[in-house]
Design a protein around this ligand. Structure first.
Ligand SMILES: *[C@@H]1O[C@H](CO)[C@@H](O)[C@H](O)[C@H]1NC(C)=O
Length: 431
């Protein structure tokens, strides 16, 4: 009874605070319309707010809009609500410029006022699942088999999942905070032996990592100390052998380890898949290195930095700068007995029989920050426009009439001839 009174007080306090914020925004699960006048206060009013910068004429935006309408009430009802808002970027250009909106729709997620671009799915149900990650507690405490299963199911495939069985949440609190954007963290307090079988661990405490996207699972039995724990988490944020893409490159770059990169013609070919299997075996025995592969067909603009004129597949060690290492005598992987060649490559690398090479393409910074190029382009266009304006002004007003359209030419010439004839007549009379 007394508890329900406490709940009642807490609830009314929450509602009171809510209604305070609702002076400007009514949080009713509808998508907020923002403009210059209310944007800043909206961002500071909510811990998590997703803003869709749209243009009324853009087709992708029109398709996104009903999905956001559907997701908004679900996200508003979360324990840590996420508010959805939109800005007509075509109309409110100052806001669009401020957040460097150069394509529609641009979706920004503001967590405590800090924006990150949202690149997740755009269907309402998937969007909700994806966004929940950002509003969930750092470490979820799971009390039973069914909550564990529900947690794993709802985590979906976007992020790896870590479950500490028989582990105190304080043990992984720090990592949960640090890697919040990259993975789900939880501890399971009550679970049956069935779950031990399901997640394949035979004693506790155990930290199980699941990477549903790559169908991988790993178990860590300790020691549960900061450094070892973090190594385990970091290693399992990425799959054993990482397919290099724009998305995974960010994770690869954030990981301190060097990457053993295998460049193949086409990731989809059977022989590439066979090679990846062999690389997995090597990767699990060499966890101080990341293993990755990239297909020229899949990501040519990246792969071509590694001198792909030489025979493929080839292996290099890359420290994520504009340099990489080849192993003398182990550049390309021949068809026969590839496992031995991978071993020889790794031996050669460990023994320092390496040759340093430099990127043949544009620098990696350019690859990562292509939007930077666009900004440079804007500056160049602006400077050229200013120079043209200065030139125009310095040459005087008649410069403006240099390139008239045909109407203006006709009109101008007829008015000139009129003026001439008018001027001529009085002259005539004077004579
Ligand atoms: C590569 O190895 C060969 C034979 O072991 C050696 O003669 C050559 O100098 C090495 N090349 C480089 C660049 O280290």
């Amino acid at each position: 009874m007394r508890l329900s009174v406490v709940y009642g007080v807490v609830l009314s306090l929450i509602l009171f605070c809510r209604s305070d914020a609702a002076e400007t925004f009514s949080v009713d699960g509808k998508v907020l319309n923002l403009d210059e006048s209310n944007f800043d206060s909206a961002i500071s009013s909510f811990d998590h707010i997703l803003v869709d910068f749209y243009a009324p004429w853009c087709g992708h935006c029109k398709r996104l809009s009903p999905e956001l309408d559907a997701a908004a009430p679900v996200l508003a009802a979360l324990k840590e609500p996420i508010v959805i808002a939109k800005v007509d970027a075509d109309k409110h250009t100052r806001l669009a410029k401020k957040f460097e909106v150069d394509a529609y729709p641009t979706i920004l997620l503001f967590n405590h006022g800090i924006p990150t671009e949202y690149r997740g799915p755009r269907k309402a149900d998937l969007l909700v699942r994806y966004l929940k990650k950002f509003a969930a507690s750092d470490v979820s405490v799971l009390e039973s088999d069914s909550t564990v299963n529900k947690f794993v199911e709802e985590a979906s495939t976007f992020f790896p999942v870590f479950i500490g069985f028989g582990l105190d949440s304080s043990v992984i609190e720090k990592l949960g905070k640090k890697y919040k954007k990259n993975a789900w963290f939880s501890v399971a307090k009550g679970f049956s032996e069935d779950l031990m079988v399901l997640y394949d661990f035979d004693k506790i405490p155990a930290l199980v990592s699941l990477n549903p996207l790559y169908n991988e699972r790993n178990t860590f039995y300790g020691p549960f100390e900061d450094e070892f724990l973090e190594d385990f988490v970091k290693q399992n944020l990425l799959p054993l052998v990482v397919p290099v893409s724009h998305d995974t490159l960010k994770l690869i770059k954030a990981d301190g380890r060097k990457i053993v990169l295998t460049i193949v013609e086409d990731e989809g070919e059977d022989r590439s898949r066979e090679l990846v299997k062999l690389l997995k075996a090597a990767a699990s025995a060499n966890r101080d290195l990341i293993f990755g592969y990239v297909g020229v067909k899949q990501l040519e603009e990246f792969a071509e930095n590694f001198d792909i004129a030489t025979k493929l597949p080839k292996m290099v060690v890359w420290d994520k700068s504009d340099d990489y290492l080849s192993v003398n005598g182990s550049e390309s992987i021949e068809e026969e007995d590839q496992a031995t060649q991978i071993t020889k490559f790794l031996e050669g690398y460990r023994e320092g029989r390496t040759i340093k090479k430099t990127f043949s393409g544009p620098s990696l910074m350019q690859f990562f920050h292509r939007s930077f190029d666009i900004r440079v382009l804007y500056v160049v266009v602006f400077v050229v426009a200013v120079l043209m304006l200065i030139q125009t002004l310095s040459k005087g007003g008649d410069e403006y009439h240099r390139v008239p359209n045909q109407d203006q030419v006709d009109h101008a010439s007829s008015s000139v001839s009129e003026a001439e004839s008018k001027e001529y007549r009085p002259g005539d009379k004077d004579d």
